[in-house]
Design a protein. Structure first.
Length: 277
């Protein structure tokens, strides 16, 4: 299939992106949460440790989004993000399916690499394969929390990325939000927002507690954010929506359904085709 051959590099980038995120999450969590390590012993406050973990993961997300690879694929690294852009008709069905498959595979491989790096430490209860499970408030509260933070992230992405004056800061804003979510929301649901990220941890840990909510709340929250964006005076600007978390002039969008059809903010795929491959 021509589309599959043409965009294979982008699929690989999506897998690598989430894989790197999972490795970073595992290593940073181990360094700060393993009771035998100096950092954990020095920083007794769990809120402060979560702030440091959140900061590290926010910076990881920002680095992925603004990397040359992230600029090329759009750095979705999340099936819920890809599904939302598919709903907005900014990515074709085949590309969306391949993105999602790559994200699941990449997240799982990243966790396996992290397990090799950390050895038995990754299975320690303090790290526990960085699984995402509901907190003491229960499954319903965790579902609502995942829905809310996913809605918040996509609302931010759509509103920032589609304002030309600030679009280049979309990845930074998203990274800051990830840091805040990990710091304050993680005790409620584990702060996933990402079905592929949750499954990557659940597979080796064999912990399936309330996994349904991590496959439903994030896409539902992001899809609702897209609907709200389109209906709040933005529908006439639907053609401006770009399917990248870092809209840029260096690489074209993956789909002719995106900026090529009238975004106006970025060069079309044809004008950049010689620089893309």
């Amino acid at each position: 299939m021509k589309t599959q051959r043409l965009h294979l590099a982008e699929y690989v980038i999506e897998a690598v992106g989430l894989g790197i995120f999972m490795i970073s999450a595992s290593v940073v969590t181990a360094l700060l949460e393993l009771p035998t390590l100096p950092l954990h012993q020095t920083i007794a406050d769990p809120l402060l440790r979560r702030l440091l973990i959140g900061t590290a993961m926010g910076l990881t997300a920002i680095a992925i989004i603004y990397s040359p690879w992230g600029k090329r694929s759009g750095a979705h690294i999340n099936p819920a993000v890809t599904l939302t852009f598919w709903r907005l008709k900014k990515i074709q069905t085949w590309d969306a399916l391949c993105y999602i498959a790559a994200q699941f595979i990449g997240g799982w491989l990243g966790l396996l690499i992290a397990a090799m790096l950390l050895g038995s430490a990754i299975a320690d209860p303090a790290v526990n394969y960085v699984v995402t499970i509901p907190g003491q408030q229960g499954d319903l509260v965790a579902f609502l929390a995942e829905f809310a933070i996913s809605f918040g992230l996509m609302t931010l992405v759509l509103n920032v990325s589609n304002r030309m004056q600030i679009s280049q800061y979309t990845g930074i804003c998203a990274g800051i939000l990830v840091a805040l979510y990990i710091t304050f929301e993680a005790p409620i649901s584990g702060m996933s927002m990402n079905p592929a990220r949750t499954l990557a941890s659940a597979l080796p840990a064999q912990i399936w507690q309330a996994i349904w909510l991590y496959f439903t709340a994030p896409p539902l929250g992001m899809l609702l954010a897209a609907e709200v964006y389109l209906r709040q005076g933005q529908k006439k600007h639907q053609s401006q929506i770009c399917c990248k978390l870092c809209p840029n002039q260096e690489t074209p969008c993956i789909s002719p359904m995106c900026c090529q059809q009238g975004c106006g903010k970025f060069p079309s795929k044809n004008s950049l085709s010689t620089r893309h491959r």
